[in-house]
Design a protein around this ligand. Sequence first.
Ligand code: ADP
Ligand code: MG
Ligand code: ZN
Length: 480
Amino acid sequence: MKYETVIGLEVHVQINTKTKIFCSCSTEFGKPPNANTCPICLGMPGVLPVLNKQFLESSMKACLATNCTIAPMNRFARKNYFYPDLPKGYQISQFEEPLGVNGHINIYLDGTKKRIGLTRIHMEEDAGKLIHGENLGSPENSYVDFNRTGVPLCEVVSEPDLRSAEEARAYLGELKAILEYTEVSDCNMEEGSLRCDANISIRPEGQKELGTRTELKNLNSFKFIQKAIEYEVDRQTRVLEQGDKVIQETRLYDSDRGETFSMRSKEEAHDYRYFPDPDLVPVVVDESWVAEIQKTIPELPEKKRSRFVTEFGIPEYDAGVLTSSRELADYFEKCTTLFSKPKIISNWIMGDLLRELNKSNKEIKDCPVSPEALINLLKLIDEGVISGNTAKEVFEDMYHTQKDPAAIVEEKGLKQITDDSAIDAMVEEVLQANLNSVEEFKGGKEKVLGFLVGQVMKASKGKANPGAVNKLLKEKMASM
Ligand code: ADP
Ligand code: MG
Ligand code: ZN
């Protein structure tokens, strides 16, 4: 039996605001425990929550950027459950009347476009954080930090439209990019600004009805999301193949063991007894307000990607990499205003630049090589002052010292040899020392040309111009 995988994601995104959702406490990450608290976010009796307008507007932005329809009226609801990190005994969320519905985003896998539906986007507050004693030296105690209580979140719920772990990953990547482009969230997964629950089921191919799903909670890295989903699909397949049934339950992923395990079954699931929050008025959003917010939406990743392909003539793949973040796209575009060879720029950014950033664990916004400096380097290659290989060495140097490329070339004496007679002599020498290769080349084995070029480059300590060497070798061999 062949099975089809069905996945729907619930993504929690922390929205960038200075203050919390219903009070004026700071949302700053990394403060001492309970520094960012007040009677409202601590759930004291008698306090009244007031909605943060900035949060509402950012949430509207998130809705519009994902093609959701914004409800003319939406309402907050209480989601009731008991847990020590939830001081009020309920979480203020939205239930029957969410802010946005019926959206979609497009994902691209191997060049094919696929539309993924968004069921809803709703606003809610985050809970606090429990810190268990073993990490603080007293294993018998648990501590609670309410700094995160009342931090504003949007929950983005997808339709069960995803068909593989790769699609889930692509969806999450696209959603993250949209949220970063619109600057509604920093989407920092390490700090928990973007968290994902994956609902997964499988069904026999061709069957319309959805299979029983399990929910994987709190996946917080792209790598784990993909691995956890893959594991869970395998597990469910094994269960069905043994003639058993998948049990609807919540599971967790153990990244050390690479396995999922059961956290609670449907029978233990919560009954949240949702009801409209009587402390908060319904939120009315009129058309002109929506139109105002719409104006603040920048060019989104999908649009930018296709514009890069048509405007700069670079491959789809390059455009995808370069638009994966707004800063990277801006960096590339800045470069194109300084130098008119976009594909060369793209190669350097995707290759050496991203490699160095990766190695030093830096983001493009902290890149020590400015677009101007990179272009100065590319111009040195273009003008034949240095070879492409030498440029790689210079680039590494620039990255670490922030020196001007021309200065590095000067200092290290890396200029290409432009003296033809010097190159001529080296070519001659290499040919004489490799007469059998010359024979092979003449016999049709063109691959040896690369070897011979390499030998000359070595003799010149990388300072000969490979193009010129290539040409000269061919000329000389033709008359041998
Ligand atoms: P809940 O809030 O109880 O988790 P929802 O009905 O809101 O339930 O579904 C949450 C997510 O689960 C959505 O993203 C939805 O697309 C997905 N989903 C629902 N049924 C299935 C299924 N059978 N297989 C995979 N995903 C599913
Ligand atoms: Mg759920
Ligand atoms: Zn507060």
